[in-house]
Design a binder for this molecule. Structure first.
Ligand SMILES: [Zn+2]
Length: 332
């Protein structure tokens, strides 16, 4: 990197605290990535150690690695973290990682990254900002960005701005209840959307079909055991045109669309961007989702067609959005 000796202006750092890695990028004022760094996310030590302190150290390590490459000691730092973060950077609630609740990210990270402006926000909001600025959401000022992975993350853009809500908790779209008598969710209720329209949800739909005997190829891929069927076995069989697997993808698309129509009823987006691991299935998921959406959305024949498209920013979305927000001093 030729710029290593030269102080850089207009650079911002963005960091995404993920389940397995802490990923950072340095973004220049044209939105280009000029450096990247990653370290494994530390697992929490059980006792005698402040929860979150090790992760904050990992964030500091990524900042130092980026600074080695671009030398931007004044670069503001945006940090995206999972869960419900309030406006002071305190993690108020994390259904999938209860031990993390109460972490004061602003204090922990401010302590190990001194002398910089630090902006902390929910990771999905940053990913939505990245898609809106640079990716599949460009040009859409009314936009919903949904990440379909192990769970569901979401960010909502209204009038060109990320919706953060009164307390910072807007966009928790995965925990909209779509079936009050559905399976239990770690949040304490039943039938949340992310129990259906996620990797785990796909696996459950597939196991139900497998036990009903309609998924011969898929069960074969899972080693012959219907209980061992996972989402990836379905997508692998669907790619080959297997009818049973395609039927499960159709069901998954219906559940995805159901939540999307609820969101459309609330925010009236012009475009919906779908990202996350499930969307690697591409049209195998997008096409049934579009069909079911057109069928389920209120007044479907009387409103303009809404675009449902795949995300473009990939695994760096959260980090890129964090850098863009830190540079512009937005969100938070
Ligand atoms: Zn829930």
């Amino acid at each position: 990197v030729t710029s290593s000796a030269r102080p850089s202006s207009g650079i911002a750092f963005g960091i995404d605290i993920g389940g397995t890695k802490v990923l950072g990028v340095a973004l220049d004022d044209g939105g280009q990535i000029v450096a990247e760094a990653r370290v494994p996310t530390p697992t929490e030590r059980p006792n005698g150690h402040e929860v979150g302190a090790d992760v904050a150290e990992a964030v500091a390590a990524v900042v130092a690695l980026l600074d080695d490459e671009v030398h931007a000691p004044n670069a503001p730092v945006g940090v995206g973290a999972p869960g419900m973060l309030d406006r002071n950077g305190v993690l108020r609630y994390a259904p999938n990682l209860p031990v993390a609740a109460g972490i004061d990210w602003r204090r922990l990270i401010g302590r190990v990254v001194p002398g910089r402006t630090v902006l902390i926000e929910n990771d999905a909001n940053f990913a939505a900002l990245a898609e809106h600025r640079f990716g599949a959401g460009r040009g859409a000022d009314h936009l919903v960005v949904v990440t379909l992975g192990t769970g569901i993350g979401g960010g909502i853009v209204i009038d060109g701005k990320i919706l953060t809500g009164a307390y910072g908790f807007a966009g928790e779209i995965g925990h909209q209840v779509v079936d009050p008598s559905g399976p239990r969710c770690p949040c304490g209720r039943r039938g949340c959307w992310e129990r259906y329209a996620s990797g785990g949800g796909l696996g459950r739909l597939a196991r139900e079909a497998a036990l009903a005997g309609t998924l011969g190829t898929v069960v074969h891929l899972a080693g012959g055991d219907p209980e061992a069927v996972k989402g990836e076995h379905v997508t692998r069989a669907a790619v080959t045109g297997d009818a049973g697997a395609l039927e499960v993808m159709e069901q998954l698309g219906w559940w995805v669309a159901l939540g999307l129509t609820n969101l459309s009823a609330m925010v009236d987006p012009e475009r919906i961007v779908l990202g996350g691991g499930l969307v690697q299935a591409g049209e195998l998921l997008l096409a049934p989702t579009r069909r079911a959406y057109a069928d389920l959305v209120e007044g479907g024949g009387s409103r303009p067609e809404i675009q449902i498209v795949a995300a473009q920013m990939g695994e760096r979305a959260g980090a890129i959005g964090a850098a863009a927000a830190a540079r512009d001093g937005i969100l938070g």
